[in-house]
Design a binder for this molecule. Structure first.
Ligand code: AMP
Length: 223
């Protein structure tokens, strides 16, 4: 029996955290906790808070730490997170990293941070070129994985592909700067405490996945 862990995927926007977290969930049954997805879901509720969050996200800046942590705490208290879970997009600031230390103590689960490292030039193209199908969520990229017919989904030929509001050139610049200023310093925080692993995220997602899977071993074992 293996000890449950909190796996933290750290990487710039576009590094592929979401892709890897989804693979871990579908193949190993490790729940993916994505703060970005949770905030995007708030789009469907028409409260003042939801509108504020949408505005912050659209600007490429970060949602306040306290609100973000409250959401993570509430989500990770659910039964599917009894054993190992993977955090995708949290922590993103030093304050959030401290909040995660207290959650880790409370739950008795150590943090294992995995950096997905991708050069800046690739990140820019991955983000600004990203398009998705509103019907099935299939992701394309106008530079790396163009659809057969420009602007339309291969699987749903009548569905016009959409771009995330924060994937425009201007917003991507802000998001990458926000990463450099707020999140990158966390790498040193985890490295100096011997909890950081790094994988080369410029490769094929399957290759990256294999490496991550071997790094975490059987971290999905039950408590
Ligand atoms: P993502 O899908 O991870 O790129 O997140 C999209 C947006 O959600 C970010 O640009 C932020 O505005 C917000 N967000 C996601 N995770 C966090 C976090 N841990 N702290 C603050 N804001 C976040």
């Amino acid at each position: 029996m293996f000890m449950s862990k909190i796996i933290v995927l750290i990487g710039a926007p576009g590094a592929g955290k979401g892709t890897q977290a989804r693979l871990l969930e579908s193949r190993l049954g490790i729940p993916q906790i994505s703060t970005g997805d949770m905030f995007r879901e708030m789009k469907n509720s028409d409260t003042r808070l939801a509108r504020e969050v949408q505005e912050i996200m659209a600007s490429g800046k970060l949602v306040p730490d306290a609100l973000t942590y409250e959401m993570v705490r509430e989500r990770t208290a659910r039964p599917d997170c009894r054993a190992t879970f993977v955090l995708d997009g949290f922590p993103r600031t030093a304050v959030q990293a401290e909040m995660l230390e207290s959650l880790s103590d409370e739950l008795g689960k150590p943090v294992v941070a995995i950096q997905i490292d991708v050069p800046m030039e690739i990140l820019e193209k991955r983000l600004t070129g990203r398009r998705s199908c509103p019907e099935c969520g299939e992701i394309y990229n106008i530079f790396f994985k163009a659809p057969k017919s420009e602007g339309y989904c291969d699987l749903h030929p009548r569905a016009e592909l959409v771009q995330r509001a924060d994937d425009t050139e201007e917003k991507v610049k802000v998001r990458l700067e926000t990463y450099e200023d707020n999140t990158k310093p966390l790498l040193e925080y985890y490295r100096s405490s011997g909890r950081l692993e790094t994988v080369d995220g410029s490769r094929d997602p399957e290759e990256i996945y294999k490496e991550i899977e071997s790094l975490i071993g059987s971290a999905n074992a039950t408590v």
